[in-house]
Design a protein around this ligand. Structure first.
Ligand code: GLU
Ligand code: ZN
Length: 456
C-alpha cells in the first residue's frame, strides 16, 4: 500500500507552495488507494508555535484534504529517536563526539581560512574509550564509494560519500536532529513515498546514509521543484506566496486554488480544468514536471473565473452571503442578484469582483451617479417619460429599449453610457436591457430621478 505524508514544521503559516506539496501527497495516496498521514515536526521548541499547528489543521480542513490515522507529533517520539541512536552507537555505526561548540567553530574557521570545506574533522571518530562530559552522537558516514538513488521526479541522483560529513544524530541534550528524526519517523510510519520540495533533495542523500546504517529499507523519494514568481525570482509574500486563507479572502474558490496548484507542475493533456475527484483517479507523481513552475496570478484568476461561471446562480448567491454577509442586501435584493447572476458571473474573476458588481442589483437606493451633461439629462428625461407612460414588463426589456430608441430617434450609444452610469454607478456592467429587466421599472425610475434631480 502506498503511504505518503506531510511533515510540516509549525514555525509559520502555510503558503500555497506547501499546499501544493500537501495536494500531491494527498492525490498520490488517493490515486493508489493508499493513505496520507500527517506528522507535525515540532522538535524545535523555540520556533514551533501552537497557532501554526492550528493553521495546519485549519488549512487542511478548509481545503477538504483529509489525512488518515492519528496525527504524529515528532516531539513525542524523542525516546524512540534516542533508542535508535544508542543502538547505532552499540553497533559501531555511530560514535560519541565530545567536541565543544567552541572547538567546532574554531575548526570551521581554520578550514575556511585554508580554503577547505568547513566540515567536522572526525577527530572523535576513532576514540577508543568513553570520556566524561557531554557528547553528541554522530553517524559514522561511509568514507568511500557513492550513493545512488532514483528520484521519482528528478530522476537519477548520486553523491560521492567523501562529500558527506559525520552528521549529528542526537544533540548533547538528547534532542534528535531533523535529519535523524525524519528517518526514524518515516520508517516507523511505514511511509512508502516521501513527496516534498526540492529544497530537501540534499537531505535525501544524508537521510539515505542513515537508512543504510539503521538497516531500514528506504522509501521512494519524489522531490517537487520550486514555484518561482512570474519574474523568475523566489516566490515571496509580495508576489504570490500567500496563505490559502488570504486567497480565499480575496475571493478565490478553494476548488480553483487546488486546481491551479495542481496545474503548477502536473498536467493531463490540454485539460486546464480538472476536479480533484477526477484527478484522484489518474494522478501519478511520476508525471510531475522536474522543471520549476512559474506562478501566474492571471492564470489563477482565469481558472477561478471558470469555476465561478460553472456554479449555479443560487450557489453563487449563497457563496456571496458567506463571503460577505447575508444582510448586505434585503431578501428582494438577493433575489434580484440571483436573477441577474448570468450577466454578473460572466464578468467576474473573483467573489470580490462578483460582489461589487452585484451591488447593482442588491441595493435599492443611493445607487446612482449624478448626471451633469445637459444632453444626457434630456435623454434620460425622455427615458423617464416613456417608462412612466408605458413601462417594460418582466420579459420584454430588450424590445422595449429598441422601440424607445426608434420612437425618440436616439442611438443606443447616445444614451447608454449615461443611463448605465446613472443606474449602475459604473461604466462596465452587464447588458443594459438585462439590467432594466432585472431591476424593474420602479427601481430604475428611482435611481434615474435621483441621478438628475439635484441639478434640475
Ligand atoms: N519538517 C520539514 C519542513 O517543514 C519537512 C520534512 C520533510 O518533508 O522531510 O520543511
Ligand atoms: Zn568530536
Amino acid at each position: 500500500m502506498i503511504i505518503t505524508r506531510f511533515a510540516p514544521s509549525p514555525t509559520g503559516t502555510l503558503h500555497i507552495g506547501s499546499v501544493r506539496t500537501i495536494l500531491f501527497n494527498w492525490l498520490y495516496a488517493k490515486a493508489n488507494n493508499g493513505k496520507f498521514l500527517l506528522r507535525i515536526e515540532d522538535t524545535d521548541k523555540e520556533r514551533s508555535k501552537p497557532e501554526f499547528v492550528e493553521n495546519i489543521f485549519i488549512t487542511l480542513n478548509n481545503l477538504g484534504l483529509d489525512y488518515d490515522d492519528e496525527v504524529v507529533y515528532q516531539s513525542q517520539r524523542e525516546k524512540r529517536h534516542q533508542e535508535v541512536a544508542y543502538k547505532l552507537l552499540k553497533d559501531g555505526r555511530a560514535y560519541k563526539c565530545y567536541c565543544t561548540e567552541k572547538e567546532l567553530s574554531d575548526e570551521r574557521d581554520f578550514a575556511r581560512a585554508h580554503n577547505q570545506t568547513p566540515t567536522y574533522s572526525r577527530k572523535c571518530r576513532n576514540l577508543t574509550e568513553d570520556r566524561d562530559g557531554p557528547f553528541t552522537i554522530r553517524l559514522k558516514t561511509e568514507l568511500t564509494g557513492a550513493l545512488h538513488f532514483k528520484d521519482l521526479i528528478q530522476g537519477d541522483c548520486s553523491v560521492k560519500n567523501e562529500h558527506m560529513d559525520d552528521m549529528i544524530l542526537l544533540r548533547s541534550n538528547g534532542v534528535p536532529t531533523y535529519m535523524f528524526a525524519v528517518v526514524i519517523d518515516d520508517y516507523d510510519m511505514n511511509i512508502t513515498t516521501v513527496i516534498r520540495g526540492t529544497e530537501h533533495l540534499n537531505n535525501a542523500y544524508r537521510q539515505l546514509q542513515i537508512y543504510k546504517a539503521c538497516e531500514f529499507t528506504p522509501p521512494d523519494f519524489a522531490h517537487v521543484s520550486l514555484i518561482h514568481a512570474e519574474d523568475g525570482t523566489k516566490l515571496s509574500k509580495r508576489n504570490g506566496a500567500k496563505s490559502v486563507e488570504e486567497y480565499q479572502k480575496e475571493g478565490f474558490l478553494k476548488e480553483a486554488i487546488l486546481n491551479y496548484l495542481l496545474r503548477l507542475g502536473w498536467s493531463y493533456g490540454e485539460n486546464e480544468i480538472i476536479s480533484m475527484q477526477d484527478c484522484c483517479k489518474i494522478f501519478d507523481i511520476k508525471n510531475v514536471r522536474s522543471s520549476s513552475a512559474r506562478f501566474s496570478l492571471d492564470k489563477m484568476l482565469n481558472i477561478n473565473s471558470i469555476y465561478i461561471r460553472n456554479l449555479s446562480n443560487l450557489d453563487l448567491v449563497e457563496k456571496l452571503q458567506t463571503f460577505d454577509n447575508k444582510n448586505r442586501y434585503s431578501k428582494e435584493g438577493w433575489k434580484r442578484v440571483e436573477l441577474g447572476m448570468d450577466g454578473l458571473k460572466s464578468r467576474s474573476r473573483t467573489l470580490s469582483e462578483l460582489l461589487l458588481m452585484s451591488d447593482i442589483y442588491g441595493y435599492e437606493d443611493n445607487y446612482y451617479e449624478k448626471i451633469m451633461e445637459t444632453t444626457d439629462i434630456k435623454n434620460i428625461e425622455k427615458f423617464i417619460d416613456e417608462t412612466l407612460t408605458n413601462p417594460w414588463n418582466t420579459n420584454n426589456a430588450e424590445i422595449w429599449l429598441k422601440n424607445f430608441l426608434e420612437k425618440t430617434n436616439l442611438k443606443l450609444k447616445n444614451i447608454a453610457p449615461a443611463l448605465r452610469l446613472a443606474i449602475t454607478k459604473s461604466k462596465v456592467s452587464p447588458c443594459l436591457f438585462e439590467i432594466l429587466q432585472n431591476l424593474g421599472p420602479d427601481l430604475v425610475l428611482k435611481r434615474l430621478k435621483n441621478a438628475i434631480t439635484t441639478i434640475l
